[in-house]
Design a protein around this ligand. Structure first.
Ligand code: UDP
Length: 364
C-alpha cells in the first residue's frame, strides 16, 4: 500500500470508525478523528489516545467543521463514516440521520476539495432497500421505500452518494464509495439493536433471544477487520473505475441459522422468542463482491465462527470489566457460569437502548 501522510476519519469513535483508525495508525498514517459521540464512544478511542499520530476533534459534521481542523494541511484521505448505522439508532432522530448524510457529506466533500484530499463515503447495502435482485450487484438501483422509517438512512445515503459522484464528475476531487453490508465484531455497542449484538448479549446474559419475524430473512455478516481492510484498499485504489464498490461477506444465512450458531458458541440455554418484523425489513441481502475481488483483490478472510468467537469474547469481557472482575474464557463460557453481576451488567448495557416504542413495527 502506498503510504499517505495524514487522513481524516469522520465517525472515528464508532464501531467501524475506531477499528479503521487503529488500522490506519498501524499502517503508519497520522489520523485525525472527528466524532460527535451520538453513537460513537470515547471508550473506543482509549488505546488510540496515547498514540502521538492520533488527533481528535469532538464535532458534528452537520455544522461547520472546527477552524483548527479546516486549517490542517497535508491531508491525503478523508473517510466519512459519520452516521448512526443501526436501525434503532438511526430511526431515533431521523432528521439528524438524514442531515448527517447530506449536510455532513457536503461539508466533508468541500473540506476534501479545499485540501485536495481523496474522499471515501461509507455508504450502505441499505441503498438497495428490500432488493428485488439477488445477490446485489453495484449496477442494481435498489428498491427503497422513500417514506418509511428506514428512509432517513437509506435515502440519506443515496443522496450522499449522489453528492459524491457529482463532485467526482465535476472533477472537484477524487472520490470513492463503499457500500457496506452487515458488519459485526468488537466495539459494536451492546445497545445498538443489531441482530449480532442483541443475540450475543442475550445469549451471554441468559435472556430470551429475540427473532424478528419468521427468522427466515437472510443477511451476510462481515467481520469488522475484513471490512476495514477493504475500506483502506478502496481508498488506496488508483485505477480508473469510479463507481461504488460493495464490501461485505457473500456467505448468506437466515437469522435463524445465525441464532443457532451463537447459541452453540456460548453454550447458552436462552429461549428463542418471536417479535414482530420491523417495517421494510429487507427479506434477503447478500453482496456480489466480484468487483471488489477484481479491483482490490479483496475478499473476507475471517470465518463467521471465528468472528463470532471474538465478538462473544469482547462482549463477555465488557460485561466483566464493568462488573470489575474477570469471568475467564468468555467465548466458551456457559451462561450458567456468568455471575449474576456480569449478567445484570449485560442487561443494563442494553437498558440505554433506544426505546422500542420509537420503532415502527408490523406483525409478521
Ligand atoms: N433481528 C432479529 N432480532 C434482533 C435484531 C434484529 O431477528 O434482535 C433481525 C432484523 O429484523 C433483520 C436482521 O435481524 O431482519 C438484521 O437486523 P440488523 O438490525 O442487525 O440489521 P439490518 O440488516 O436490518 O440493517
Amino acid at each position: 500500500m502506498k503510504r499517505k501522510s495524514s487522513c481524516v476519519v469522520a465517525g472515528g469513535a464508532g464501531f467501524v470508525g475506531s477499528n479503521l483508525c487503529e488500522a490506519l495508525l498501524a499502517n503508519g498514517l497520522h489520523v485525525i478523528c472527528i466524532d460527535n459521540f451520538r453513537t460513537g464512544r470515547m471508550d473506543n478511542l482509549r488505546a488510540l489516545k496515547r498514540e502521538p499520530r492520533f488527533t481528535f476533534f469532538e464535532a458534528d459534521i452537520i455544522e461547520a467543521l472546527p477552524t483548527s481542523l479546516r486549517r490542517q494541511r497535508g491531508i491525503d484521505w478523508v473517510f466519512n463514516l459519520a452516521c448512526a448505522a443501526s436501525p434503532p439508532h438511526y430511526q431515533a432522530d431521523p432528521e439528524h440521520t438524514l442531515l448527517t448524510s447530506v449536510m455532513g457529506t457536503r461539508n466533508l466533500l468541500a473540506f476534501a476539495e479545499q485540501v485536495r484530499a481523496r474522499f471515501l463515503l461509507a455508504s450502505t447495502s441499505e441503498i438497495y432497500g428490500d432488493p428485488q435482485t439477488h445477490p446485489q450487484v453495484e449496477s442494481y438501483w435498489g428498491y427503497v421505500n422513500p417514506t418509511g422509517p428506514r428512509a432517513c438512512y437509506d435515502e440519506g445515503k443515496r443522496a450522499a452518494e449522489t453528492l459524491v459522484f457529482d463532485y467526482g464528475r465535476a472533477q472537484r476531487g477524487e472520490v470513492r464509495v463503499a457500500r457496506i453490508f452487515n458488519t459485526y465484531g468488537p466495539r459494536m455497542r451492546a445497545d445498538d439493536g443489531r441482530v449480532v449484538s442483541n443475540v450475543v448479549t442475550q445469549a451471554l446474559a441468559g435472556d430470551d433471544i429475540t427473532i424478528y419475524g419468521s427468522g427466515r430473512q437472510t443477511r451476510s455478516f462481515c467481520y469488522v477487520g475484513d471490512l476495514v481492510a477493504g475500506l483502506i484498499r478502496l481508498m488506496a485504489y488508483d485505477g480508473n473505475y469510479s463507481g461504488a464498490v460493495n464490501l461485505g461477506n457473500p456467505v448468506e444465512m437466515t437469522i435463524h441459522e445465525l441464532v443457532g450458531k451463537v447459541l452453540r458458541l456460548t453454550s447458552s440455554e436462552s429461549r428463542v422468542v418471536r417479535r414482530p418484523l420491523p417495517v421494510d425489513d429487507p427479506q434477503r441481502r447478500c453482496p456480489d463482491i466480484s468487483l471488489a475481488r477484481r479491483l482490490l483483490n479483496w475478499a473476507p478472510q475471517v470465518k463467521l465462527e471465528e468472528g463470532l468467537r471474538r465478538t462473544i469474547a469482547y462482549f463477555a469481557e465488557e460485561a466483566a470489566n464493568a462488573a470489575s472482575f474477570p469471568i475467564g474464557n468468555p467465548a466458551g463460557t456457559s451462561t450458567r457460569r456468568l455471575t449474576r453481576r456480569s449478567s445484570a451488567r449485560l442487561s443494563k448495557m442494553k437498558d440505554t437502548s433506544i426505546p422500542q416504542m420509537e420503532r415502527t413495527f408490523i406483525n409478521p
